[in-house]
Design a protein around this ligand. Structure first.
Ligand code: FES
Length: 107
C-alpha cells in the first residue's frame, strides 16, 4: 500500500491508502476526495484531475508526456511548474506519502 496526502485549498489534509500500481486519481476517487473528479477515467481527455504536487515531491516524478502538457492548458486553474494530471502519477513505494494540493477552482 502507498499513502497519498491530499491538501484542500483551506489547508485541510486527507491521507488515504492506495494500492501500488494505481494512480493518484484512482486513490482520490476511491476515497471521495473533494475536487478530484477524474471524469475520463485516466484517458488524458478531461483535465479534472489537476493537482499541484508538493514541492518536496516534484523531483520524484517522471517528466510529463506531451499529451499531459497539452491537457494542462485546459485546466480550470492556471497550471504551474508543479502541476500534474494525477491520473498520470502511478503509485509505487518510492511515492509513499506523496503530498498533492487540490486546486481551488476544481471544487
Ligand atoms: S482523469 Fe481525465 S485527464 Fe486525468
Amino acid at each position: 500500500m502507498s499513502r497519498v496526502v491530499f491538501v484542500q485549498p483551506d489547508g485541510t489534509k486527507q491521507e488515504v491508502e492506495a494500492t501500488e500500481g494505481n494512480s493518484v486519481m484512482q486513490a482520490a476517487t476511491a476515497n471521495l476526495v473533494p475536487g478530484i473528479i477524474g471524469e475520463c477515467g485516466g484517458e488524458l481527455t478531461c483535465a479534472t484531475c489537476h493537482v499541484f504536487v508538493d514541492e518536496a515531491w516534484t523531483g520524484a516524478l517522471p517528466a510529463r508526456v506531451e499529451l499531459e502538457e497539452d491537457m494542462l492548458e485546459v485546466t480550470s486553474e492556471e497550471p504551474t511548474d508543479a502541476s500534474r494530471l494525477c491520473c498520470q502519477i502511478q503509485l509505487d513505494s518510492s511515492l509513499d506519502g506523496i503530498v498533492v494540493h487540490v486546486p481551488k477552482t476544481q471544487q
